[in-house]
Design a protein around this ligand. Structure first.
Ligand SMILES: NC(=O)c1ccc[n+]([C@@H]2O[C@H](COP(=O)([O-])OP(=O)(O)OC[C@H]3O[C@@H](n4cnc5c(N)ncnc54)[C@H](O)[C@@H]3O)[C@@H](O)[C@H]2O)c1
Ligand SMILES: O=P(O)(O)OC[C@@H](O)[C@@H](O)[C@H](O)[C@H](O)CO
Length: 379
């Protein structure tokens, strides 16, 4: 049986990537740095993925092992050396810390073995390329040799997996919907047999449509919902004022994906309508705190707000609703979220609005959107 090493045994790791690979016949080796989680997985024979909503179903996942990446790095490296696939779902900012384990595994991997397929399953454009860049940089002199032992493929993953009830143990409650698109090009005609995967020649339309519709709309719901005093995503969206703002944002990102990628406007309208239904799924207890997490990441240059707003501005198209949503993001105040705390400190500092705009968004001062972002920061 082939092995897939999956870094990050959290919500999407157990509830989506690990589950799909396991269903495809791979033995899963979860690697995580959360000792309590890894100990529980190592002691368990199975866990259950509860799909809730329309056509709800339960799926038992078994045939996995679990390793602590912090205390068992050599074992993780040996697993990577013998694996067919490595996947990650750790968060885009954590990818640099996964690179050493993959480098160590590639160094141990027999030269004649099939290339190791590496796919980062994060909410970010071309996250696998980001991981590959960390691997090349950190591998130093070995970089060229290791490159021959690996095959990098970018992916887009979509399934809402909320934070889990602490009493649920290892079980994960997820929505029934999922989409996993993988770029076919790097496989050069060969594909992996993973039922449910959509193989695409050009990933850009998929990942941008997903990030700028699902994640832009989700985050907008979270920031306006939080400002209105709600804790849940579904209850936020039930407020017509929040819903109108989210819809307005999604009309702007619709204009972008239609203009840039040629999606049929009616198809995009149906896509975004379905997404609003997914957010409103009463069986998912998703929170504004989880969906709004890490506001500095979310407001960075190529992410779900500044990314589409800049491209709209470059095309001379309006981005007022997106800018308003960025204003709501700037008011996100959650003491338990280190990026929210950092954002508050930046906004309370004596930095000039222009300097803040650069520091917070990474936007170039000569960009046509820059004055509007500075105006937001001027308050
Ligand atoms: N939850 C969703 O709905 C969803 C859907 C699609 C994509 N994603 C993306 O998947 C990624 C993970 O999200 P999540 O919701 O599962 O988060 P999560 O916090 O539930 O899981 C992340 C896991 O990574 C682990 N981790 C952190 N540092 C690590 C390291 N150095 N080595 C190994 N493991 C490490 C954490 O301990 C945690 O268990 C993010 O990029 C997110 O954007 C999430
Ligand atoms: O994971 P983040 O922080 O990038 O975004 C929060 C949610 O929008 C996200 O996890 C969605 O639930 C997911 O992307 C749905 O596919």
């Amino acid at each position: 049986m082939s092995t897939a090493v999956h870094f990050g045994a959290g919500n999407i790791g157990r509830g989506f990537v690990g589950f799909l690979l396991n269903r495809a016949g791979y033995e899963i080796v979860f690697s995580d740095v959360n000792a309590e989680l890894i100990d529980a997985l190592a002691a368990a024979d199975s866990y259950t993925v509860h799909e809730v909503g329309q056509d709800s179903a339960d799926h038992v996942v078994s045939g996995f092992r679990a390793l602590n990446g912090a205390t068992q790095p050599d074992t993780v490296a040996r697993e990577v050396a013998g694996a067919a696939i490595v996947t990650t779902a750790v968060g885009p900012n954590v990818l640099r810390f996964i690179a050493p384990a993959i480098i160590a595994g590639l160094r141990l991997r027999p030269a004649e073995a099939e290339p190791l397929v590496v796919m980062a399953c994060e909410n970010a454009i071309n996250a696998t390329d980001t991981l590959a860049a960390h691997i090349r940089e950190q591998a130093g002199e070995d970089a060229v040799l290791l490159e021959s032992r690996v095959l990098y493929a970018n992916t887009a993953v979509d399934r809402i997996v909320p934070g889990q009830d602490p009493t649920a143990g290892l079980d994960v409650t997820v929505e029934t919907f999922f989409e996993w698109a993988i770029e076919a090009g790097p496989f050069d005609g060969r594909t992996l047999d993973i039922p449910g995967v959509t193989w695409v020649n050009d990933l850009a339309p998929y990942i941008e449509r997903k990030l700028f519709t699902v994640n832009t709309g989700h985050a907008t719901t979270a920031y306006y919902g939080r400002a209105a005093g709600y804790q849940g995503i579904a209850e936020s969206l039930a407020d017509p004022t929040v819903r109108d703002r989210v819809y307005a944002v999604l009309q702007e990102t619709k204009a972008l994906v239609v203009a840039k990628h040629g999606f049929d406007p009616d198809v995009q309208e149906a896509y975004l309508t379905k997404i609003l239904t997914r957010f409103a799924n009463p069986s998912l207890t998703d929170t504004v705190q989880r969906v709004g997490r890490q506001p500095l990441r979310k407001v960075s240059r190529h992410e779900r707000f500044i990314g589409p707003a800049t491209e709209l501005a470059e095309r001379g198209l309006p981005s007022d609703a997106l800018l308003d949503a960025i204003g709501a993001l700037l008011r996100f105040d959650v003491a338990e979220d280190p990026e929210s705390v950092e954002l508050r400190a930046l906004l309370a500092s004596d930095l000039a609005p222009e300097e803040l705009a650069t520091r917070i968004t990474g936007l170039e001062s000569e960009h046509p959107l820059f004055p509007a972002v500075v105006a937001l920061l001027r308050g």
